[in-house]
Design a binder for this molecule. Sequence first.
Ligand SMILES: [Zn+2]
Length: 443
Amino acid sequence: MVIYLRNIKRVITMNSRRDILKDATIVIDGENIVDLGEYKTVRRKWGRGLIVDCSGKVALPGLIDLHGHSTQAFLRGLFEDKPLPSWLAYMHRARELMDDDMRRLGVELTFLEKLLSGTTTTVDMERCADIVFEVAEKYGIRLIEAVVLVDSQELPYSGLERISGVESEVNFAKKFIKKYNSDMHRAIFGPLGFPASSFDLLKRVSEEARELKTLVQTHCAEWMVNPSLSAKIYGLRELEKLEEIGFLGPNVMLVHSVYLTDYEIMALAKYQSSVVYCPSSNAKLGNGIARIPEMLARGVPVGIGTDGAASNNSQDMFTEMKIASLIQKARLKDSTVMPAERVLEMATIKAAEIIKMRDKIGSIEVGKKADIVLLDWRNPSKVPLENIVSHIVYNTSGAEVDTVIVNGKILLENRRLRIPVDIDELCRRVEEKYHILVEKLNQ
Ligand SMILES: [Zn+2]
């Protein structure tokens, strides 16, 4: 039986013409959008079905969050307003003390928060991939998991120590890449990035990724120390070294990329490697502001990520879109950079391109998977209606999300969850386990 999302006030399609449809009905059959148009016309064609009244609502493609660490929701608010080196050391210690129950609770919080705020596809970076996929299945979110690979650690005085074998790390990820390879659940390579991943490991990962035709996501140039450490040891900055070892290519996503030179930005454009822009995390950890307008001007593909709940602390892509734009306007003292439509593209159709799913998600079009978010537009802050995309980017929060559909399944309707999750019980279990972790940290 088909589903009719009937009489939607506006449908922001994000198709190639960027059409915005008025009083339209979306028809969903199984996983896919099969029709789009006036209710009377589509009803004649598709017959009886489940009717969801969407008058007063605005539809847009489900948002795509290109980078996060799902277990970190368990650590939210634990270690605040500290410089990056001590934050990293503390996070490392906390993560070592977490058990599988705590990790699972963190992932549950993350996926629940993401769905409730309109994210329908998320690229996550964790090592406990089986747990994350299990939770993704339960919640119904579309997941790409970048399996974390780590083989080295930094020693005092700028040395590196190998802590794991390159081949064993590559094989660890390959096991998941073979196991999870569907449009809903896909594993990819997730080397954590230099110096936690050696350039030997990064080189092997890029060779294997080409062989398996899969994606790679890694952190790059998050703070000023990484490029200069690489330059000190190898005579080449981090990104120059990645180019030298043949790592760059269109299957590579570089998260952060805050400290890049003009040459390095041109290299990303040349190889069509993409950048995942995490403005809140970069700002909160005091790392700076990535040169996104400069990258876009050179033709570098750019998407947006919320990063982990321990460094953001929100996982709301609406908030992230607003910050993504405003922080660049402020940095460059130029209100014309990062206009609203460009930012919404980065969270929908451009993000779908980056994860090689443009033919399946990222826009509301016939033939695509039904990943749709509806916002309640009966709100004085949303009028006049004229420039609706700017309202979405500059004046919407995830709390306004009313209905969420992923792969044709209604997961949230009129703000009520349609999946079997007891939110109160989840929060109670998080509080209980959180205090156990804090006690261990204080010992
Ligand atoms: Zn990250």
